[in-house]
Design a protein around this ligand. Sequence first.
Ligand SMILES: [Fe+2]
Length: 245
Amino acid sequence: MFNLFRHKKNEAKLFYHTDVHCHILPGVDHGAQSLEDSLEMLRAEKEMGIERVILTSHVTASTFENTPETLLPAFELLKKAVAETDLDMELHVSAEYRIDEFWQEQYQAGNLIAMPGNYLLMENSFQQELLGLDETLFDLKCKGYNIMLAHPERYAYYAHRKQRLEQLHGMGIKFQINILSLAGYYGPQARETALWLVKNNQVDLLGSDMHNMEHAHVIKEYIGSKDWRKLVPSLQAHVINDLVH
Ligand SMILES: [Fe+2]
């Protein structure tokens, strides 16, 4: 089944080995639905040169109200399944935290699962920037967290307000850009903002944001392209994925 999608062998590899954003943990959001899905996606990551995967399932009010009680058992299950295969990968569990009322509750209750290096992947609302975003991010930084903003290029309200992106970056917020955005998967606007961020040296981390094998195929195809190869030197100079320890 898997091979049906592969017309020719594409051996392109990423220049870093840690994926900091993906939805590969099974059955907790709209990413991987089964252990089988998870293993197939992990194999795709490995083929692209990824050795360490930080599992960042959605934590979102009403749709995916994940907590350590839902994420940690799924993580144990996945680790066990991986150990029974020949896949040699380092796995970590964290989450993609949408800043909303559920997150506020979880934060107050001390229920956040940070990445190695005390990094948190934070997601903005897609409708509009939250009131008090700066205060929230500043508060997290004061508590000792390192903040990654998930795919800033995908929030349409920043596309024509790039000075706001510069301001957030200047506050020490790390920007995590999706390779899918560079590939044009979310449309021309997200790609244009992503390219602007590359040009302005504001891409700190890259992520697959992989939810399924379609995403894996698009990324694989894109990293074999000339377009990607042209961006690699400037990305390589700034991207710190492998320093998330
Ligand atoms: Fe995501």
